[in-house]
Ligand binder design. Sequence first.
Ligand SMILES: Cc1cc2nc3c(=O)[nH]c(=O)nc-3n(C[C@H](O)[C@H](O)[C@H](O)COP(=O)(O)OP(=O)(O)OC[C@H]3O[C@@H](n4cnc5c(N)ncnc54)[C@H](O)[C@@H]3O)c2cc1C
Length: 306
Amino acid sequence: MWNPIAYALGFIDCDHISARCMLTIFQFFAAKTEASILRMLEGSPQEYLHQPIVNYLTDRGTKIHTRRQVREIKFTESDSQSEVTGILVAQGEQEELITADAYVFACDVPGIQRVLPPSWRKWSEFDNIYKLEAVPVATVQLRFDGWVTELQDEAQRRQLTHAAGLDNLLYTADADFSCFADLALTSPADYYRPGQGSILQLVLTPGDPFIKESNEKIAQHVLRQVQELFPSARDLNMTWYSVVKLAQSLYREAPGMDPFRPAQTTPIPNFFLAGSYTQQDYIDSMEGATLSGRQAAKAILQFLNT
Ligand SMILES: Cc1cc2nc3c(=O)[nH]c(=O)nc-3n(C[C@H](O)[C@H](O)[C@H](O)COP(=O)(O)OP(=O)(O)OC[C@H]3O[C@@H](n4cnc5c(N)ncnc54)[C@H](O)[C@@H]3O)c2cc1C
């Protein structure tokens, strides 16, 4: 029972996950009655999660530039105080120097490790970031010509006029994926297609053994495990698949690593960090990332008001 929970929380098993992560989540479940309900978005994250946030921000004058990479942090260094003076942002071949009153870097673990100036490692707050690791993960989607999680009724399983089966996030200890759902049922707005069946999304954890495998091999391997879990669906056909591999995804919430996570304020007064890997009171998740952003915003306001 515990491994699927640990895998779903941090993509690592019980023996390798920090007790902090498990305690955080169970304290939360115990204290908040609504926290034990699993919910999925109505459709794709782009439309149902990101777009409302983008709309909120652009309505208030924010400009969002995607496909830009911060290549270099420009800074002055003196014995008393260092200060960031600008960031070199690249879009393809073009580079632009951006200056601001305060700079917040909301990167993932590999991103922040790449972009920090090496000389900043003289501060333990920055040097400790290089002790953090990220977990590999692979996400697989399989489309079928029927309803995989419809266990009771064969006619329902084979019809393609409406969705049928288990409408929730599912967990298993008996496959290489710990956590999965039929998106055609849980998030129908974008994933239910008339005339087609289940679209299972399954997260392979630990992802290490799969990163070097071909997508075709991974899809067939996962299909076999799906058929083991749902014998009633063995004669359904997989009609399409997609595999997305991330060699470095979440921050690895391993025992003893918490002290190395940076705060949002740093030794450089106008340079701030955010992101779910930074110090915050929740697990590495979208909610954790949001909390870190709120903490960073608070710290920036404090800096600008002093
Ligand atoms: C397969 C999978 C499933 C997940 N499912 C869930 C879930 O169901 N619920 C949940 O809450 N969480 C889930 N998570 C975790 C969640 O996605 C992360 O915790 C969250 O995205 C962390 O947000 P973040 O803003 O800290 O970092 P990220 O979302 O990783 O964003 C960091 C960004 O910084 C960018 N970046 C890095 N370096 C630079 C640079 N030099 N210049 C410009 N940009 C740079 C990166 O490209 C990236 O876009 C899942 C994660 C994975 C991998």
